[in-house]
Design a protein around this ligand. Structure first.
Ligand SMILES: Cc1cc2nc3c(=O)[nH]c(=O)nc-3n(C[C@H](O)[C@H](O)[C@H](O)COP(=O)(O)OP(=O)(O)OC[C@H]3O[C@@H](n4cnc5c(N)ncnc54)[C@H](O)[C@@H]3O)c2cc1C
Ligand code: FES
Length: 251
């Protein structure tokens, strides 16, 4: 959490750079120190758009945060257009983030889902926790040039191991035998990863995405269904999540 609880920043853009065919890195200075957990996210005001856009934090050092984002629509096009010295309105950090346990870990990032698990990997390195980082992309051109992972796979085999991140994950589960998995990526990847992990009795923390409006648990626009005490209840991805145990999510 931010130390003085203030959650709105007029941040200064340090740089925006293209890091792959469709992804960019924006680094900003919030001008005051923040403490962000891996898996937490911030929301960015994009000029002229009513709804802020949510993004996982990719890096955080003192007052500086980095976000790795994929160009999609008007919001990300605006962020991509920002220049060094521009001001950008950022709120956050929001959500619970991953709970880093002192256990041998495997982190799985599919596509831009690499961002929060890469941040988690840097936190585990700081704490001396063994954490293998696996990530998957459609092809070589979509791999951000800043990616540092133990295993990289591409669907078309143009870089690293050929095949889906799910196949690579299953092979790693057999040999490396992690005690916990952390993951972020498209819903279908998370669902299948959780099913695979259940076969090996390994718990998974998943960072979920849902379209968001308020980001603070008020509008209920980002609700998912979760198992709780034998019942199915609604939980907000923005406030109760975005990280849930894979076993509690109603897929
Ligand atoms: C908790 C969280 C973390 C995220 N982290 C990242 C990240 O690290 N990097 C990254 O590239 N993207 C991330 N996303 C997805 C990102 O928010 C969307 O790609 C972005 O909002 C698209 O905005 P746009 O205006 O360019 O696209 P448009 O398609 O024009 O957006 C239209 C609307 O849909 C919403 N929206 C569209 N796609 C998504 C989506 N996948 N998830 C949530 N809302 C969406 C937008 O917020 C906006 O309100 C994250 C989403 C969530 C919920
Ligand atoms: S975005 Fe409003 S409750 Fe989650």
């Amino acid at each position: 959490m931010i130390k003085d609880k203030k959650k709105i920043f007029e941040a200064v853009v340090d740089k925006v750079e293209k890091v792959s065919r469709s992804a960019y890195l924006i680094e900003t200075d919030l001008k005051e120190e923040v403490d962000v957990k891996a898996g937490q996210f911030v929301s960015i005001y994009c000029d002229g758009l009513t709804l802020r856009r949510p993004f996982s934090v990719y890096s955080c050092k003192a007052s500086k945060i980095g976000i790795l984002f994929k160009e999609k629509g008007k919001g990300t096009k605006y962020i991509k257009s920002l220049k060094k010295g521009d001001l950008v309105n950022i709120t956050g950090p929001f959500g619970n983030g991953f709970t880093l346990e002192n256990k041998k870990a495997l982190s799985v990032g599919a596509g831009i889902g690499y961002a929060p698990v890469a941040f988690l990997k840097s936190k585990s390195d700081e704490c001396g926790i063994e954490n293998m980082l696996l990530c998957g992309f459609p092809n070589k051109n979509e791999i951000p040039d800043l990616v540092k992972a133990d295993v990289i796979c591409t669907d078309d085999g143009s870089y690293g191991i050929k095949g889906s991140v799910l196949d690579a994950a299953e092979n790693i589960l057999k040999d490396y035998k992690p005690q916990i998995i952390y993951a972020c990526g498209p819903l279908i990847v998370l669902k299948k990863l959780v099913q695979t992990a259940q076969k090996y009795d390994i718990p998974v923390q998943v960072a979920m995405e849902k379209e968001m409006a308020c980001s603070i648990g008020v509008c209920r626009g980002c609700v998912i269904r979760v198992k709780h005490d034998g019942n199915i209840v609604n939980k907000t991805v923005c406030k109760d999540g975005p990280v849930f145990w894979g076993s509690e999510v109603v897929w």
